[in-house]
Design a protein around this ligand. Structure first.
Ligand code: URA
Length: 239
């Protein structure tokens, strides 16, 4: 039997923070097996009890999945002595057991998946699955069609092998700075920056705009997060 406190269950299910949930409980909006329960510490059986909030069944979610639009200036870690971490941005959430899936550099922005589902994270990061990651890259100098071809075919970033075939699409080929959409299927340390170093056009700004089947939700401003929808979770699990 999997047992959990009622307030934790409701907060984990996305109804609100622990203190918001306590207010719903006090207001008599939650029932367990048809009986109104007001005690946040009530122990519930996750597999068998029927929990309802305002008459609607609240499903048991074993894991939690968030997308954060990571701002620059925070590190992709669960804790850090000196730096602000991405987990500290998940205001109102119980961050115990949560971790970011992979890393974005401190100065990189964009899509970051945060979950407590270790098995899914392992799969998404495994080189076997080649999950696509698309970056909006702003680079110094004029990126040429020949540069795009090199990025696509593979460049020597000092690893054992060339980078895997990638997709590089020009957005702006300016004389001072250029913008490129680069989709890679692997995730070596500083990979995008190292690839652009090879073509002699250093990255000045980097933002991840998609991760596997999911695109960054542009309504999320940097630093904002939301839960993934059931469809998005299904899509991630289906890779
Ligand atoms: N490649 C990089 O160089 N940095 C990132 O943060 C992500 C990919």
């Amino acid at each position: 039997m999997k047992v959990c406190r009622l307030d934790k269950f409701l907060a984990d299910a996305g109804l609100g923070t622990r203190s918001e949930v306590k207010k719903f409980l006090k207001a008599g909006l939650v029932s367990v097996n048809g009986t109104v329960v007001k005690d946040p510490a009530e122990k519930i059986d996750l597999e068998n009890d029927v929990i309802e909030y305002r008459g609607e069944r609240v499903a048991f979610e074993e894991y939690r999945y968030f997308v954060l639009n990571k701002p620059a200036g925070v590190v992709s870690a669960t804790e850090d002595r000196n730096e602000q971490t991405v987990l500290s941005l998940l205001k109102g959430e119980d961050t115990k057991d949560l971790f970011p899936v992979g890393r974005l550099d401190k100065d990189t922005e964009g899509f970051l998946l945060i979950t407590d589902d270790g098995a899914l994270a392992h799969k998404l990061l495994s080189p076997k699955y080649h999950v696509d990651k698309t970056y909006h890259v702003t680079a110094e100098g004029k990126v040429t069609d020949d540069d795009l071809k090199q990025l696509e075919e593979g460049v020597d970033i000092g690893e054992k092998a060339l980078t895997l075939p990638a997709k590089a699409e020009m957005i702006v080929s300016g004389s001072d700075v250029s913008e490129v959409l680069l989709t890679i299927h692997e995730g070596k340390f500083h990979q995008v920056k190292r690839m652009f170093e090879v073509i002699g056009k250093p990255v000045v700004h980097l933002k991840r705009i998609s991760f596997g089947p999911l695109a960054l939700d542009e309504t999320l401003t940097p630093g904002e997060f939301r839960r993934l929808t059931d469809e998005e979770i299904k899509a991630l699990k289906g890779i």
